[in-house]
Design a protein around this ligand. Sequence first.
Ligand code: AMP
Length: 219
Amino acid sequence: MTGRLNLVVLGKQGAGKGTQSQLLCSTYSLAHISTGDILRAAVAAGTELGNEVKSVLDAGQLVSDELVTQLVVDRFKEKDALRGGVLDGFPRTLAQAQALEKILGPNGITLVINIDLPDELVLERLSSRRVCQECGTTYKDTDPSAISGTCENCGGDVIQRSDDTPEAITQRLEVFRHDTLPLLAFYQARDLLVTVNGDQSVEDVQRAIHSLLVERGVR
Ligand code: AMP
């Protein structure tokens, strides 16, 4: 897969991974590879996979490395991933990071972007987060689309995610600390890691990421 552009976006839930991943995908014509979106779609559709993982998602725990890795392998085979992809929410464990190296081959990852946000802000953001079930656009609970329950972009239903409860948020922060934080050192050692302050406007985070990509020769 060398020659393609593959970006990994890391960060706690609510740091802005989904928003920035979508922006990167449209700027560079890449596939948005969000394991969370794939799993939620399966739950909503009531597929066998969805029924299997629903309680794990609701509890804020991780589904198995094998299962998500297979989802990513399959997703990379889709046509829109020809130029590469933006990985949003994968890898989340060292085993997944090692599996990704195997999937993409040597030098397969262009850059790993860590969006940093303190826990207090994560809690604040997630408690007031509302999401369009159709297109994934996120809103604050005070936004008109959240109040009306209808997405201003696509007309889809705007809901609160079932894992954006205080209990599940706390659990997901713990999972992040325990399972995902070690990935920063893993990618730092490979000279692939850059960190961006997530406590800024969407546009400022986007600009910061863009500058880092330009510095690395990505245009
Ligand atoms: P996200 O939308 O990325 O916050 O993911 C929502 C939920 O999906 C997580 O809390 C996990 O239960 C599950 N999930 C998503 N990606 C992964 C992954 N890479 N490994 C394990 N579980 C995942």
